[in-house]
Design a protein around this ligand. Structure first.
Ligand code: NAD
Ligand code: ATP
Length: 533
């Protein structure tokens, strides 16, 4: 793409004397690869603008046919260059986002290794690899995992090693800091009911030239408190009387019987105080800045409501998320259940999220683009109020996937596979399968089947310049934004999953939810009597 652009730029340079109105920025060849191999995105965008200006300019008067034909050809090639330049800029923005993410992972890993170092000299020799998944953060070779055990004397990952974010400066925060040290916990991996005796294994072994897989997916994860949880955040579905009553009861019980600090939303605090002034021990926050610090204070989140309340809880945390205990409204036995959660260990499901950002065609640099959105279910690109088919060009990494002509496209997590994606004909996928579902909405084609792509890919959905209408993006069914021609949505797996407490384990809970919640494959049992076979 870059080389064809440069080829055209050379051609344009040779024409410069004949066309004095050509922009000198382009003609002088300032669009050149930088030393690091990238093209400077600002000059790219300037060049793109210049090309577009050039296209808009009227042709000089008195031009002969030959020149006219030539200038027409130049116009169409210039358009191609403008598109190519835009793609390069998009690619750079996405590469920079990825680089920032790797840097963050590297710093987290380094902090963790620094903690291990004093316990034994060998740990610095650990063969540490990084993958995109929270549960796959540290992949140790077999011999090194034994060494690590000698060094650290433990098989599990401790919260202190994983979450080093309790040190934020909270002086300016409205959230009081006293008694706010987060409880620590350990995570361990279970397989068929047995605790794995190693910290983490090689994903693929190639001993003696034979390739065997040791780890295929994340195992059942168990969370064990190392110190008792002290702070609970309760989030409730609004406008529900039964939820309000359950909340009143639960807050009082958690304070009186469990001596916990309790956070609620400002709306809920007002509701509690309207009920009685004795609820003034309940804490809340003032603004978004305080919400950003919540994950450093809260040990556990309890949601009172349905799936939408869990989505709401997840959306409040733009980074790490404390474990969520979802309560449906018919939870009569909340006391026993919460007592067992506070005692631990808890089986948890790490639900992957997708990170999405919109790249605007007119943005001059990536800083002008909107911030990253995290979704637990899905991001949807649809036709909104337009009556035309969507026309969406889709790319997976740098490969063209397809063009979606229909009502739209859903990019879903495996947790979201039982939500909108299911309604659009996507498969239901166990939430611990790390993948991204690519599900069209009412495609106007006989052969468009949904796909499931691996978790490590980056997807890009572009509204082409020849699209008849705009498209609309929504995140977990909320926050609709318009995408104009040339705008793109870039989406990849986020490094911060949502840990949710299981009632039994993630597989039993998943099967129960599709049986009870969706009545999956419910059919009258066939009677025994019938025609002979
Ligand atoms: N045609 C559809 O099925 C359709 C259309 C729009 C949105 N949705 C879903 O609604 C979600 C937003 O939920 P909301 O509660 O804010 O809106 P809402 O109040 O409209 O509820 C949507 C329904 O989807 C269910 N749901 C949500 N997430 C689910 C999941 N992961 N598995 C199974 N069921 C799930 C909820 O229980 C609820 O019954 C979106 O993320 C989208 O998945 C579905
Ligand atoms: N704390 C909250 N603040 C604002 N909105 C919320 C909050 N909790 C939930 N919601 C919104 O309220 C709506 C309904 O919530 P929820 O899905 O939990 O209830 P439901 O529809 O009765 O349950 P179910 O998902 O089982 O059908 C959702 O759109 C959700 O985004």
């Amino acid at each position: 793409m870059i080389s064809s652009s440069l080829h055209l730029i050379k051609r344009v340079s040779t024409l410069a004397p004949k066309f004095p109105r050509l922009p000198t920025r382009l003609v002088n060849g300032r669009v050149s690869p930088a030393e690091n191999g990238y093209i400077d995105s600002f000059s790219l965008l300037n060049s793109e603008k210049s090309i577009e200006e050039l296209i808009q300019q009227p042709l000089p008067q008195g031009i002969d046919d030959h020149l006219f034909e030539f200038s027409e050809a130049l116009r169409s090639e210039s358009l191609a260059v403008a598109k190519a330049l835009r793609r390069v800029t998009e690619g750079k923005a996405s590469a920079q986002a990825e680089a920032a993410e790797w840097k963050r992972k590297y710093e987290l890993e380094r902090a963790r290794n620094l903690q291990l170092e004093p316990k034994g000299g060998h740990c610095s020799d650990l063969n540490v690899e990084r993958t995109g998944n929270f549960e796959d953060r540290t992949v140790l070779s077999d011999e090194n995992s034994d060494q690590c055990k000698l060094c650290s004397g433990k098989d599990d990952i401790s919260a202190h090693e994983v979450l080093r974010d309790g040190e934020s400066d909270t002086e300016s925060s409205a959230i009081p800091n006293k008694m706010m040290r987060k409880a620590s916990f350990k995570l361990s991996w279970y397989c068929k009911g047995e605790k794995c005796n190693r910290h983490k294994h090689d994903i693929v072994s190639f001993e003696k030239g034979n390739i065997t897989t040791a780890e295929r997916s994340s195992k059942q994860i168990s969370l064990k408190w190392e110190s008792p949880p002290q702070t609970v955040l309760i989030l409730t579905k609004p406008n529900s009387n039964s939820v309000r009553i359950l909340c009143l009861e639960m807050v009082r019980w958690l304070k009186e019987q469990k001596k916990l600090n309790i956070f609620v939303e400002p709306r809920v605090k007002s509701e509690l105080l309207t009920e009685s002034s004795c609820y003034n021990f309940v804490q809340t926050w003032l603004d978004e800045k305080d919400v950003l610090l919540l994950h450093t204070k809260v040990d556990l989140i309890v949601t009172l409501g349905g799936d939408g309340t869990v989505l709401w809880a997840a959306s409040m945390f733009k980074g790490p998320v404390p474990p969520i205990v979802p309560f449906s409204l018919d939870s009569e036995h909340y006391r026993e259940y919460l007592t067992s959660i506070l005692r631990g260990p808890i089986s948890i499901t790490l639900r992957h999220r997708l990170q999405c950002h919109i790249i605007r065609d007119e943005a001059k640099s990536e800083y002008e683009n909107e911030g990253t959105m995290l979704v637990l279910n899905e991001v949807t690109i649809d036709r909104g109020i337009s009556s035309f088919l969507t026309n969406l060009e889709c790319y997976c990494d740098e490969s063209f996937v397809t063009c979606v002509q229909g009502d739209g496209l859903i990019l879903s997590t495996t947790s979201g596979s039982t939500a909108y994606s299911l309604a659009a004909g996507g498969s239901m996928v166990h939430p611990q399968v790390p993948g991204i579902l690519f599900t069209p909405i009412c495609p106007h084609s006989l052969s468009f089947r949904p796909l499931i792509l691996p978790e490590h890919v980056t997807l890009r959905v572009v509204v082409p310049f020849n699209s008849r209408s705009h498209a609309w993006v929504s995140f977990d069914g909320k926050g609709r934004k318009q995408l104009g021609p040339g705008d793109a949505l870039v989406c990849s797996m986020a490094p911060w999953p949502v840990p949710t407490a299981c009632q039994l384990d993630s597989t039993c809970d998943f099967l129960r939810s599709i049986h009870d919640g969706l009545h999956w494959n419910l059919r009258k049992t066939q009677s025994l009597d019938g025609p002979p076979s």
